[in-house]
Design a protein around this ligand. Structure first.
Ligand code: FRU
Length: 512
């Protein structure tokens, strides 16, 4: 008998509401993030033919609000010679590349050609261009590809931006020599020919290959006269929570060289005890390959990460589609304890359409059921799969406060994801060991931990729950924690956790 259907059935059980996932098939890194003519373009590593990694091509989605995305046809497909690995896109406003027609600015994508076994340079990685003269709808590969080839097997993930500063005005590319833990910088007048500038690394976290870099300038505390450059370096494995993660350096860039002011000296590279001193984009397991939008309006620096981890990405329990992006996050530099650090705020899905389901504090309404295990359950109207929860605690000197999320009974088993702050350790932890389906990979059940300093004795938490994720923004985005979870649909309860003496609730709000 002939099988008629080779496409896997689509199981939408964990499909997120507010996080972009391809309608069908596999997705990893965000690519080519660019804003043009009122539209945000999200390209991404995509397998158009299956729900596992392979046939790497650039998928495409567009949005005007960074929250609802319209999937577009595959933008840059792989062919027999090359896979289309990660990269970036720019609006070539002055048509420096010459790809524009009729005076219109072309969009130019700079991607990594990962040459296939069929290619004469099989195994090599080099940088190539594709361009669009219809605002991203269709793409043509440049006939002169590649434009930058170091005869390397691990040279990838170009992020291109326009530098306008004391050294002149030109395009700059940040890419990686992944195995060398090096970011390499090049400059160009026309995107077609590139000249070497400098290298950065190895530094700080080097327990895995360096991938997907980004380099951008931000004001410190909103002061345009006091800026720093942020160099983002994703690494895999060797992240703070295990596996894939993003680190960042803060420093200066003079148009040629990036100089880090946040390199931890004396404990570099393999000394895990210094890991907590490095700059981390996120302290969870599922925020990787994060890079920023080019050309975003109002000088905003908007980042997106792939909400997954190479440790277990191939095994996450979905079918017909796999993996989602994080919420889009605006990042800013703020000085804390004397040092400029990144602070992140998500584009909030509930800002316009949310309804407050429950509010309390400092007093909680009388509860007929006594707390169990230190957990005070919120009423049913404060539950759900897709929620924003804002909580402010005064943890006091001893004990634990926090939130119990996505709690319920599934097939007789108690499920819960626990976000807890311990006054004794000064750590915020996210425990997904009993979060639901955790058995699909041995590396999945985990507890993430991050030191959090109280501010005037207060802990502020903002949590975004979607069908298969938890994103935590603590202390107004000074610390973020992102993890996937796969609970039963029926596990929707929210609880308040309080153990020990002296802890008080200041305020609590649940929005759905
Ligand atoms: C990061 C990465 C990139 C590469 C792409 C391939 O997750 O490994 O370095 O370009 O994914 O899909």
């Amino acid at each position: 008998m002939t099988s008629l259907n080779t496409v896997p059935a689509l199981d939408c059980r964990y499909r997120p509401k507010w996080h972009y996932a391809a309608r069908r098939n596999w997705l990893n890194d965000p690519n080519g993030l660019v804003y043009s003519n009122g539209v945000y373009h999200l390209f991404y590593q995509h397998n158009p033919h299956g729900d596992g990694w392979g046939n790497m091509s650039w998928g495409h989605a567009t949005s005007t609000d960074l929250l609802s995305w319209d999937e577009q046809p595959v933008a840059i497909p792989c062919d027999e010679q090359e896979a289309i690995f990660s990269g970036s896109a720019v609006v070539d406003t002055h048509n420096t590349s010459g790809f524009g027609v009729g005076g219109a600015a072309p969009l130019v994508a700079i991607y990594t050609s990962a040459y296939s076994p069929a290619s004469p340079v099989a195994g090599r990685q080099a940088q190539s261009l594709a361009y669009s003269t219809d605002d991203g709808a269709t793409w043509t590969k440049y006939a002169g590809n590649p434009v930058l080839d170091r005869a390397s097997a691990n040279f990838r993930d170009p992020k291109v931006f326009r530098y306008d500063g004391d050294a002149g005005s030109y395009w700059v590319m940040a890419a990686v020599e992944a195995e060398d833990r090096e970011v390499v910088l090049y400059k160009s007048a026309d995107l077609l020919t590139w000249q070497y500038l400098s290298s950065f690394g190895p530094a700080n976290a080097t327990g895995g290959v360096w991938e997907c870099p980004d380099l951008f300038e931000l004001p410190v505390d909103g002061n345009a006269g006091d800026t720093r450059w942020v160099l983002v370096v994703n690494l895999n494995p060797g992240g703070i929570a295990g596996g894939s993660a993003g680190q960042y350096f803060v420093g200066t860039f003079d148009g040629v060289t990036f100089r880090s002011e946040s390199t931890v000296t004396g404990g570099m590279q393999t000394d895990g005890s210094r890991m907590r001193e490095y700059g981390w984009l996120d302290w969870g397991r599922d925020y990787y390959a994060a890079v920023s939008f080019s050309n975003a309006p109002d000088g905003r620096r908007l980042m997106v990460g792939w909400m997954n981890n190479w440790q277990y990405a191939a095994a996450t329990p979905s079918q017909g589609w796999r993996s989602a992006m994080s919420l889009v996050r605006e990042v800013r530099l703020e000085r804390h304890a004397g040092r400029p650090v990144l602070v992140q705020a998500p584009v909030d899905p509930f800002a316009d359409s949310g309804t407050e389901l429950f509010a309390a504090g400092p007093e909680l309404p009388a509860d007929p059921t006594p707390p169990t295990d230190g957990v005070r359950w919120l009423p049913p109207e404060a539950s759900g799969e897709v929620l924003r929860i804002d909580a402010e605690f005064r943890p006091g000197a001893s004990g634990t406060v926090g939130l119990v999320l996505r709690a319920g009974q599934a097939c007789g088993v108690q499920e819960r994801t626990v976000l807890a702050y311990s006054s004794l350790s000064g750590e915020l932890s996210l425990d997904r060991t009993a979060s639901g389906n955790v058995g699909f990979h041995e590396d999945f059940p985990s507890v993430e931990r991050v030191p959090v300093a109280l501010q005037d004795g207060l802990l502020r938490l903002t949590v975004f729950l979607d069908r298969c994720s938890v994103e935590v923004f603590a202390q107004d985005g000074l610390v973020t924690l992102t993890d996937q979870i796969f609970p039963a649909e029926s596990s929707t309860a929210v609880g308040l956790l309080a153990e020990g003496d002296g802890a008080t609730l200041v305020s609590l709000s649940v929005t759905g």
